[in-house]
Ligand binder design. Structure first.
Ligand code: ADP
Ligand code: ZN
Length: 295
């Protein structure tokens, strides 16, 4: 099976070819400029590839409701030119194969659950802490969508007593993303995260917020594993701080070995490395192919 994968991001579209085992055979990167220009390169790339299905993990917000007239659109994004853009519709004009479409984080969650850090589990969360904070969820073997799609990066968190930063989310100010994304770190401390690597205060505060978020996700969704990626998590010392915070906040309430004895195996980095986004899109392509075959 030849599967086409598109990781549609705000700065670049990574396109690639792979198979049903999550193996990426080749990949290219296309800058995100205007939809016309970017999509022309995307279409050109796949034209000769004879793919059996395509998968797209996209930046959002996106419309995932298949019965909606704007299904497959990138909807109310502040990203110039891409507001209300019919991404799946454009692909359908050129490729008559099943197309899987979902958020970038849902794609990554599915990829990690099929082939990565949550392999073999029917539930997991994938969280990215980068320019924004996004979370995708697999529950009982399926991606969680609900009414639109979850926006777990914008949950409310309890402010630290000594933190006077107003928060960087344009909608909510001090929601999780407003307090703990890469740009929030930079705005609060006046330096980029990478330049603050040795400043323990920065990472303790970061973990204070991330741990609260994970506790809320654990209480609501009870995921069997939590995978955290994104640029900010390159600060690997965050992992033990976040795990410790989660255990402290749960305070013995969740009586499961994952929390009580194996927290270092429960909250983990991604396993798919630089191909995580593409593998996620491959997973969506595989899913679309399988669903089509059954129908
Ligand atoms: P995006 O979210 O745009 O896909 P990333 O996941 O790389 O991209 O996130 C970018 C954010 O992560 C920026 O705010 C950047 O400052 C931060 N970041 C990137 N690398 C590091 C690092 N090594 N340490 C701390 N923060 C980092
Ligand atoms: Zn917010």
């Amino acid at each position: 099976m030849i599967l086409g994968a598109i990781e549609a991001g705000g700065t670049k579209f990574v396109c690639g070819i792979g198979n049903e085992n999550g193996e990426v055979i080749e990949r290219i990167s296309i800058p995100t400029t205007t939809p016309e220009e970017t999509m022309r390169h995307v279409v050109d790339y796949f034209k000769e590839k004879k793919v059996d299905a395509l998968g797209v993990g996209s930046f959002g917000p996106v419309d995932l409701n298949v019965s909606s007239p704007t299904y497959g659109y990138i909807t109310s994004t502040p990203k110039e030119h891409w507001n209300q853009y019919n991404l799946v519709g454009e692909l359908k004009k050129h490729f008559h194969v099943p197309i899987g479409f979902d958020t970038d984080v849902n794609a990554a969650a599915l990829g990690e659950s099929l082939w990565g850090a949550a392999k073999g589990l029917d539930s997991c969360l994938y969280m990215t802490v980068g320019t924004g904070i996004g979370v995708g969820a697999v529950s009982e073997g399926k991606l969680v969508h609900g009414m639109l799609h979850p926006e777990m990066g914008h949950i409310l968190v309890r402010r630290h007593d000594e933190d006077h930063f107003t928060g960087s989310c344009p909608f909510h100010g001090d929601c999780l993303e407003g307090m703990a994304s890469g740009p929030a770190i930079e705005a609060r401390w006046g330096k980029k995260g990478v330049e603050l690597a040795s400043d323990i205060e920065v990472w303790e505060l970061e973990a204070y917020y991330l741990a609260q978020a994970l506790v809320n996700y654990i209480l609501v969704l009870s995921p069997k594993r939590i995978v955290i990626g994104g640029g900010v998590m390159k600060q690997e010392h965050l992992f033990p701080l976040v795990r410790k915070g989660v255990v402290q906040l749960l305070n013995g309430y969740i009586q499961h070995e994952n929390v009580l004895d194996q927290i270092d195996k429960y909250i983990v980095p991604p396993d798919l490395g630089d191909n995580a986004g593409l593998c996620g899109a491959l997973a969506l392509a595989r899913q679309a192919y399988t669903i089509k075959k059954k129908s």
